[in-house]
Design a protein around this ligand. Structure first.
Ligand SMILES: Cc1cc2nc3c(=O)[nH]c(=O)nc-3n(C[C@H](O)[C@H](O)[C@H](O)COP(=O)(O)OP(=O)(O)OC[C@H]3O[C@@H](n4cnc5c(N)ncnc54)[C@H](O)[C@@H]3O)c2cc1C
Length: 408
């Protein structure tokens, strides 16, 4: 077994992007990819969108099996890494195989948050993180349509809202329960959250905000009802869309520093120089001396590219302009940058009532932009944030910015 091997733990977006970057540098033959899933790395975003709505929609792989073979990448599917021996530089697989490594990259993503109050394995309670979840949820949703049953979504975050919109488009009766006083509390501005609420109401979804769940009635592995703000509500099927927890167990078990994510430097190195980490499982340094963990495809792809650079012996630091998208029925949201603690907002309306952009500015600088059905604004905003150009809010509103020069 070669000692200059790179072992990638995880088979998601970050792992796929790292395989591509290393292959492009002619290093594919050094790579072992270990994933506990049975599929090769695939695109996760469609799982809450088109995949749920179309019975014939298949999982979209990043690369097919032949590509991994051509690059010399050895894949170990349905076979998790269960232990890392940092002293011996070995990753121990569930199958008992021990892979030696010169470099190990943790790309373990997140797992769905669940509720302590609910026993596991209830037959009508679902989460959505992977292809297996999506397949069983899609089957269930289609059975529910035929039986005229009701779906309850707990959590008004991105994934919960995307599932709610997909289920409505399938024709299901849907209620979303959000414990906070607004939707998407952690991620978007109050103005955008209000628009999202109106959008879901217009789709016919029942929305209950500030919904406090007081108790759960469980019988025979089935959640029968819940009590919300004093009222009992029968449950046919419940989706838990209450966020994700970084998958850091392997890292903490082998003594790496973990603090709401595996702690890395700007080059994706953990506290052990032979071990790197990328993607949703990572807490990385910000320019103001803080630390942040992001859950997005952009973050996974860009961190993988930086990790490849580090593995190839060059230094590039991760300093992203984060961006994200979400599709909730006919509404496509796109966000660029991060919301600062305080800001002034300039709204630009698009060609119809459902299309607009909220430009969030601090002084004459654009720090964050939230677009609904306005993809050109989103692309422009990413450039404006990145280049830190001085802006007059009036020019944003009056369409005076020469879009093409920013997109060139
Ligand atoms: C339903 C859904 C919809 C989404 N929609 C969007 C969207 O619209 N836009 C957007 O930007 N982002 C979206 N995201 C988020 C995006 O998919 C994630 O940010 C991205 O997948 C993160 O990539 P990752 O490689 O860090 O983790 P993941 O893609 O989660 O991959 C982690 C992998 O590691 C494996 N693993 C974990 N532990 C081990 C182990 N010990 N051994 C072996 N394998 C292990 C897991 O099984 C998994 O395959 C969505 C996510 C979901 C679940």
């Amino acid at each position: 077994m070669s000692v200059n091997q790179i072992v990638i733990v995880g088979g998601g977006h970050a792992a796929a992007a790292l395989c591509v970057a290393l292959s492009e540098a002619g290093q594919g033959h050094r790579v072992h990819l270990v994933s506990e899933e049975q599929e090769l790395p695939y695109h996760r975003p469609p799982l809450s969108k088109n995949f749920l709505k179309k019975l014939d929609e298949t999982i979209a792989l990043h690369k097919g099996a032949a590509w991994y073979g051509e690059q010399g990448i050895q894949t170990h599917l349905s076979n998790a890494v269960v232990r890392i021996d940092r002293q011996a530089q070995k990753a121990v697989l569930r199958s008992g195989v021990a892979l030696s490594y010169q470099h190990l990259v943790l790309a373990t993503g997140t797992r769905a948050r669940t509720l302590d109050a609910l026993p596991p394995f209830l037959t009508n309670v679902h989460v959505l993180r992977n292809a297996e979840h999506a397949r069983s949820l899609r089957t269930r949703l289609n059975e529910m349509v035929a039986a005229g049953r009701h779906l309850t979504v707990l959590g008004g975050g991105f994934i919960g809202l995307e599932i709610a919109a997909s289920a409505r488009q399938l024709g299901l009766d849907v209620t979303v329960l959000e414990v906070a006083p607004r939707l998407l509390g952690r991620s978007v501005s109050v103005q955008l959250a209000e628009h999202v609420l109106v959008h879901h109401l217009s789709m016919g979804t029942k929305m209950q905000i500030s919904a406090h769940i007081e108790n759960y009635e469980v019988r025979e592995n089935h959640l029968r009802s819940i009590q919300v703000n004093g009222n009992r509500m029968a449950i046919d099927e419940l989706i838990l869309g209450i966020g994700a927890i970084p998958e850091t167990r392997l890292a903490s078990d082998c003594g790496l520093t973990v603090d709401n994510g595996i702690v890395v430097d700007a080059c994706m190195r953990t506290s052990d120089p032979a071990v790197m980490a990328v993607g949703d499982c990572v807490a990385f340094p910000t320019s103001d001396g803080g630390r942040i963990r992001l859950e997005s495809v952009q973050n996974a792809n860009d961190q993988a590219r930086i990790a490849a650079t580090t593995l190839l012996g060059r230094e590039e630091r991760y300093a992203p302009i984060p961006w994200f998208w979400s599709e909730q029925g006919p509404m496509r949201l796109q966000m660029a940058g991060l919301l600062p603690p305080s800001f002034e907002t300039v709204r630009r309306s698009g060609t119809n009532a459902s299309s607009f952009t909220l430009f969030h500015m601090v002084g004459d600088k654009l720090l964050c932009a939230e677009s609904a059905n306005a993809p050109l604004d989103h692309m422009m905003s990413r450039k404006l944030i990145e280049t830190r150009v001085t802006l007059n809010p009036a020019t944003l509103v009056d369409h005076l910015i020469p879009l093409k020069s920013f997109l060139a």
